[in-house]
Design a protein around this ligand. Structure first.
Ligand code: ATP
Length: 313
């Protein structure tokens, strides 16, 4: 039996308020490292299935970009609606997510439809799904399983055709074990699990991404396109990138603005430790401790101690 059509809602504003103003939305996925290329194959495979997807990855690693890519590759005709579950109001979350009806019908169309209804025919991206309350997790699962939502204040359920792509930066299996996340929803979403490795484990992506960000920011700002010098390249590859791709983009944007010649050098990279002599000495100490030869280790240690005393004095 075919379902009654649900009108498409003319929306949307994406909740971008928490994003760094420096960050721009990449138009392309830069996936060069062998691990990323494997992941890409998995993404293409999952994208064309109607099933939900769960993307697990550290903050800034590219989960939303991947979700957009999945939506585009799925050829679903509706909108891609991005929602951060951590941004939902404690008391209004249910109405925000599933919509509501009011006697006077004075609310806006978007308000009535809720995020779920707004993604009808398209994809609902639920960032940090672990932040959803257990009650809403159950309602979400029910909506996904039945293809219907019950708006707050409504007597009848409304049919919806929504594909969910959820994302998390925490290990949801642990949240399930701790009783904080619904096991059934985890199993439902986990059918399409994508694990996005942190940037430090995709070293082959670092320089191509750096070049890519340099290109788009240089073009946007009308600046000449400097090259990334050999030493700066090694520095970028050796850094641990706790903020992942978003941090890399910010570092490259900064380097573009502060470099004067036609080459980016390590001193242009605003990374912890670079240009800070005490931090350099600290890393020297660490390396000296690892030296096999005891007398050399002792001499290096003495020399480094003297140097740091001079610096501190
Ligand atoms: N593979 C990639 N190629 C090009 N740009 C990328 C890639 N991955 C991420 N980016 C860019 O890095 C930035 C961060 O990505 P995104 O917002 O998708 O990360 P996220 O994991 O969803 O972050 P958060 O955990 O904060 O929600 C964005 O500007 C995005 O366009």
């Amino acid at each position: 039996m075919s379902r009654p059509a649900v009108p498409q809602q003319p929306l949307l504003t994406f909740p971008d308020a928490e994003r760094s103003p420096l960050s721009i939305r990449a138009k392309a996925l830069v996936f060069v490292d062998p691990r990323s290329r494997e992941l890409r194959k998995e993404v293409e495979r999952l994208a064309i299935r109607p099933a939900p997807v769960l993307i697990q990855g550290e903050t800034g690693s590219g989960k939303e970009l991947l979700a957009r890519h999945i939506h585009n590759a799925s050829e679903r005709s509706g909108l891609f609606v991005a929602l951060s579950c951590s941004g939902l109001g404690a008391r209004t979350a249910q109405a925000e997510l599933f919509g509501y009806v009011t006697a006077g019908q004075e609310s806006t169309v978007a308000g009535r439809a809720g995020w779920f209804g707004s993604a009808n025919g398209g994809t609902l991206y639920l960032d940090e799904i672990g932040d959803l309350s257990l009650g809403l997790q159950e309602q979400l699962l029910q909506a996904l399983e039945t293809g219907e939502v019950l708006r707050v204040g409504a007597n009848r359920a409304t049919p919806v055709d929504v594909r969910v792509v959820a994302a998390t930066s925490i290990d949801l299996a642990q949240a399930v074990a701790a009783g904080k996340f619904s096991e059934r929803l985890y199993q439902y979403l986990g059918d399409g699990l994508l694990s996005l490795p942190p940037l430090r484990e995709r070293v082959g992506d670092i320089l191509p991404m750096a070049e890519y960000f340099l290109g788009i920011h240089a073009q946007r700002l009308g600046l000449a396109f400097p090259i990334i010098g050999e030493r700066a390249q090694r520095t970028l590859e050796a850094y641990s990138w706790p903020g992942n791709t978003r941090e890399l983009e910010n570092i490259i944007h900064f380097a573009l603005l502060v470099s004067t010649g036609d080459e980016i050098e390590p001193r242009h990279l605003n990374l912890p430790g670079i240009g800070d002599p005490l931090a350099l000495l600290e890393s020297g100490f660490r390396q000296a401790l690892a030296v096999d030869d005891a007398s050399l280790r002792e001499r290096l240690g003495r020399w480094l101690r003297e140097a740091s005393q001079r610096l501190e004095g």
